[in-house]
Ligand binder design. Structure first.
Ligand code: ADP
Ligand code: MG
Length: 249
């Protein structure tokens, strides 16, 4: 299996505060990985750094994607290479409709499609996410419920078909029906060419999207890795029994 993402000995800080402390993580093409861990353990920091958020400073290590270091690339370049990040807190964009935003995103990623094909795909994808068709004319995330915001993120992702989708707490604020629909959307996007990194605080979404590997984040590094059964153990025992970081290697 070919390596898609390879993070080695990654350390990073924000405003001189050290947050990541030597992360090692390899995701192969077609795999689904989940990162779990307490609030504040550095999960969102890792996803922001993979996308190149300018507030964070990488102090050691490397991130390679499709065999190439991406640390010097801008966020746009990383997105064009095929990395997609869905935000934990999607922001409203008043004045920009869902439909126009999608067109802009596709254009920016050099994935424009013919207008008729766009409309057809939009209709089909929205139906499969159980989104009302009037949604296309609403302003992005403006007054959206938690579930609507998350569905909109999955909608974008399904148009882009990224090689790597990072979904940061896409399950937060979702009721069980919305969670199932969002997870079905994620499952549809899994393919030998599309890998997924799910970041979640809770085990419940991993009942619907079953990961190949689970990693537990403690104090800015991976303290334990395992298969899908690790989620059940965490659900029963919490995080505190994982104290001795053993790394991933
Ligand atoms: P998680 O997603 O696992 O809950 P985060 O990556 O959001 O954790 O946060 C990890 C640590 O980094 C926390 O202690 C948090 O307070 C700190 N942190 C995150 N963003 C900032 C920031 N912009 N300024 C200062 N500290 C931050
Ligand atoms: Mg977070």
């Amino acid at each position: 299996m070919s390596e898609l993402l390879q993070i080695s000995e990654l350390s990073a800080s924000i405003e001189d505060k050290q947050i990541l402390n030597g992360v090692n993580l390899t995701i192969n093409a077609g795999e689904v990985h989940a990162i779990m861990g307490k609030n504040g353990s550095g999960k969102s920091t890792l996803s922001n750094i993979i996308l190149g958020h300018p507030s964070y400073k990488v102090t050691a290590g490397d991130i390679r994607f499709k065999g190439e270091s991406i640390l010097e690339m801008s966020t746009d370049e990383r997105a064009r290479k095929g990395i997609f990040l869905s935000f934990q807190y999607p922001t409203p964009i008043p004045g920009v409709t869902v439909s126009n935003f999608l067109k802009t995103v596709l254009k920016a990623n050099e994935k424009e499609i013919h207008v008729r094909e766009f409309r057809k795909q939009l209709k089909d994808k929205m139906a499969s996410l159980d989104m009302n068709s009037q949604f296309t004319n609403r302003y992005v995330n403006d007054g959206f419920s938690g579930g609507e915001k998350k569905r909109n993120e999955i909608l974008q992702m399904s148009f882009l078909n990224p090689a790597l989708s990072i979904l940061d707490e896409i399950d937060s604020g979702l009721d069980i029906d919305a969670l199932k629909i969002v997870c079905e959307g994620i499952n549809k996007l899994k393919s030998p060419e599309s890998s997924v990194l799910l970041i979640t605080h809770y085990q419940r979404m991993l009942n619907y999207v079953v990961p190949d590997k689970i990693h537990v984040f403690v104090d800015g590094k991976i303290a334990k890795s395992g298969d899908a059964s690790l989620a059940k153990e965490l659900e029963e025992r919490g995080y505190d029994w994982i104290s001795e970081p053993v790394g991933e290697k």
